[in-house]
Design a protein. Structure first.
Length: 327
């Protein structure tokens, strides 16, 4: 156990020295950095996934009920393989919209673990769409709660006199988000902020305080017929997080005979991602993504694995399920 905690501490110290400005998760990294300057902060940020372009409910509540069917999606993400205490995330979501309705709704629960930190959360989603002749405009809201716990007393550190590392922290906070999505049969664009409330947690002298750490996502994509039986979908995601540099994903996905999907993504200054999607049946879909780290962190880990499973509840009237979900 002591060796495991020591490995985590050395790994985080390297992050702090070289890559702190561009990290997605900075909870414990910030704590260790503050140890050097006698203050501390635990920053809770939104989990991010590589296959978000096939289930944008995770980043935009306006996506709830995007398809006129009921479906459930599970995602498991193991980040930075071979690093003890590296992030592990699990999420399961459900959303639905009736065939002739403009109202969509959904629900998501998730668990995000990093070292001695653990965040659990639940969210509800609501969307309302304004239909046009060949397109629609959707507005969405989300709300829920997150429960954050940091067992700092389990860390093995050289300076154990700091009272911050002699106590465990736990706090429950509300969450809320908002988004808008405009889509046609061939392209879409969306703008969202899934974290509007105070979900950034800071600990100073054994006291917890909260502050805002807002996220803004701009998304877009276009689907076109490349050749007979092959569809291509270029897309992007621009991520802006308060206090961090801009980050962008550039994606290219292709579908062969609406049965096999292959894709690649470039995440600026972070990773190259390869993806494969299999439409196993009209209602069942499997996806896998592998993140190959291209930053200096590649020396210390073996990449990231992500699995996705989706099931769409088919009825006789919901024949749209026969085509895969491109977004």
């Amino acid at each position: 156990m002591e060796r495991k905690n020591t490995d985590i501490m050395q790994y985080y110290k390297y992050f702090i020295q070289h890559t702190l400005p561009c990290l997605r998760r900075v909870h414990l990294l910030t704590l260790l950095f503050v140890t050097l300057i006698s203050t501390s902060a635990l920053a809770q940020q939104e989990p991010m996934y590589s296959q978000y372009m096939f289930n944008m409910l995770q980043i935009n509540p306006a996506y709830a009920g995007n398809r006129a069917s009921s479906n459930i999606t599970g995602v498991y993400r193991k980040q930075w393989v071979s690093v003890d205490g590296a992030p592990t995330t699990f999420a399961i979501s459900w959303d639905k919209r009736k065939e002739m309705s403009n109202v969509g709704y959904g629900f998501q629960i998730y668990n995000d673990k990093l070292g001695v930190e653990n965040t659990m959360g639940a969210q509800g989603f609501y969307s309302y769409r304004i239909p046009f002749r060949k397109s629609f405009l959707s507005f969405g809201l989300s709300g829920g709660f997150m429960y954050y716990r940091a067992e700092l007393s389990k860390l093995v550190i050289s300076n154990n006199s700091d009272p911050l590392f002699q106590a465990d922290y736990a706090v429950a906070l509300p969450t809320a988000g908002v988004g808008v999505l405009y889509a046609t049969q061939d392209w879409y664009a969306g703008l969202s902020s899934p974290a509007l409330l105070k979900t950034k947690i800071a600990g100073i002298h054994n006291e917890l305080t909260t502050s805002a750490d807002q996220h803004y996502f701009l998304t877009g994509g276009y689907i076109f017929q490349a050749t007979e039986g092959v569809k291509l979908k270029p897309s992007f995601l621009l991520k802006a997080v308060q206090g961090a540099p801009l980050e962008c994903d550039f994606n290219l996905n292709g579908w062969i005979n609406d049965a096999v999907g292959l894709g690649v993504s470039y995440r600026t200054n972070d990773a190259l991602v390869t993806m494969i999607e299999l439409q196993v049946s009209p209602v069942f879909r499997f996806g896998y993504a592998y993140d190959y780290i291209i930053s200096n962190l590649s020396t210390y880990n073996s990449g990231t694995h992500e699995l996705m499973l989706r099931y769409e509840f088919s009825t006789k009237k919901e024949q749209k399920i026969l085509s895969p979900r491109y977004y």
